[in-house]
Design a protein around this ligand. Sequence first.
Ligand code: HOZ
Length: 431
Amino acid sequence: MVDTNTRSKELFDRAQQSIPGGVNSPVRAFRGVGGTPIFIEKAKGAYLYDADGKQYIDYINSWGPMILGHAYESVVNAIREKVLGSTSFGAPTELEIEMAELIKSMAPNVDLVRMVSSGTEACMSAIRLARGYTGRNKFIKFEGCYHGHADAFLVKAGSGVATFNIQTVPGVPAGVSGDTLTAPYNDIEAVEKLVQENKGEIAAIIIEPVAGNMGCILPKPGFHEALRAICDREGILYIFDEVMTGFRLARGGAQERLGINADLVTYGKVIGGGMPVGAFGGKREIMEHIAPVGNVYQAGTLSGNPIAMIAGYTMLKELNDNPNIYTELDEKTEYLKKGLNEVLRTAGTPYVINQLGSMISVHFSEKPVTDFTSASTANNALFNKFFHAMLNRGIYLAPSAFETWFLCNALSKADIDRTVTMAAESLKEIL
Ligand code: HOZ
């Protein structure tokens, strides 16, 4: 295939002169899959356009938030109008109340919600709150789950840390990560053991309810119920990291879709419609430990930023008012899964497709992929070839086997048919 990424290559060379590794977030550098990242110029609906003028069908969707597609008209118009009234005040606004009320009306178990500026901040703050509320220091996370890059979370983390096979992160003091306990995803016995060994010391269990940072990994039936029961028995807070799943898997996110109640929930980029936003929320009794009501300190000048709020509010309102969007997204993703199943079966290579709602991923594996070990022992070298073959054919997948693909509702049946045809061609080329 002729290489037409001339402009992206030039930009990448230039970027490396002034940005570490040429990127502002590691996975997008393509080091996991090899090659040069493509530089994006703009996007509309289901399509990305790169600096060389090539069009791609987008299966990253800004790593989740573009549920309705890029540059969605009502979101763009709302931002355009709002920006004329200034971009930041650092003072309360009515719009923040409307946003909080909307989130509360959509998400279960959220009595109070505090806006922040990223998913990392949301998870970091939720853990601090859980520690402050329970008076305990330790928490449990799952291998391959990623809760942002705050120190305490960079232990057996997924996403970029997994992509680059970073075992220990220099700069994270042992004193900070020492209170982070880890268990394999879907392994309730391992959690039970940790709880017994650290009786009365665990503040929280934090989990991606459907994991999205080691590819897409589904919770086994009964896993969340068992974790919920352990938390109730031991006075541990159950934290759902819904940075990817929130408002994507259902109006009420994974809590609603899986029928599980969390004590605290964290949100990220989705609730800003792609703007830099996060939030954490939960039961009033817990949330009132946050300053200025309580003494668990947490703050941010850009928290509740008006432009981020109007973008997120407009997108969430659209989702809230049109619940059929979730049915359509499910149908589209299942249609994609059916098509991929056919071409992968025909290609004859072992594979696993994990999917729930509009989250889906392909692992080239002979056995079920249910945790980080099974995700990392899959044939990820083959995934990397598949990624490039698809990219060359105008299909933009996440540049790592340790990431989930996200669908947006702007995708048409013809786009999905094209994706499946390109997958068949790609497999023919690489196998
Ligand atoms: N680790 C992020 C997704 N799970 C990647 C974000 C980015 O590079 O933009």
